[in-house]
Design a protein around this ligand. Sequence first.
Ligand SMILES: CC(C)(COP(=O)(O)OP(=O)(O)OC[C@H]1O[C@@H](n2cnc3c(N)ncnc32)[C@H](O)[C@@H]1OP(=O)(O)O)[C@@H](O)C(=O)NCCC(=O)NCCS
Length: 174
Amino acid sequence: LGESGVQEYLATFECPRNLDVQEFLRRRAIPHEKALKSRTYLVTEAGSIPEQPTILAYFSLAIHLMEVQGSVSKTLQKRLHGLYFPNNTRPRPLPCFIIGQIGKDARHSDRTTGSELLDMARRALLMANDIVGGRFIKIDCEDIPALVDLYQRNGFRAVQNDVSTGLLEMVLFF
Ligand SMILES: CC(C)(COP(=O)(O)OP(=O)(O)OC[C@H]1O[C@@H](n2cnc3c(N)ncnc32)[C@H](O)[C@@H]1OP(=O)(O)O)[C@@H](O)C(=O)NCCC(=O)NCCS
């Protein structure tokens, strides 16, 4: 399609419930891809890209560093860190993978489920995990009960609220 064709194709995605999710795909996915900051996966109806099959949903994956607050239980901190537990004077950010964006096109919401998308994301990250390791996958979730419930049903557990964004940080261990 060429870059402008892909840009137009991605601009067909609609997600009014979460405009950040919509705008990432429309405007930021290509620059992020080119800068090697993340990888974006489209879930489409059957068909090859030149035919521009309808985009049903997408998710974006990236590598990430998580800052764990001292208020998190020691048991969970130990599990997040794995081998070495930091002393309080020198907190060490933890390397992990992140599902940076996830969302369905509102017009085709019944064609896929959040659980299916999370499973696809997890399976893609398992390949990276096989090669380089990494203890867990993180997702930053708005404090909306239906969303928290979705992630919990799929094995994520809440760790802490990000002090700057207020988002709930949840993790899934490999
Ligand atoms: C997140 C998502 C992929 C989950 O898909 P799903 O598991 O198939 O669930 P549904 O789309 O049926 O939504 C489940 C419930 O969450 C609610 N919900 C989903 N996204 C929401 C949002 N951004 N704000 C408020 N409520 C939301 C839905 O209204 C629904 O509520 P109901 O059960 O009372 O009808 C999908 O809801 C979505 O694309 N949401 C918009 C984008 C988004 O918010 N992404 C997550 C950012 S943390």
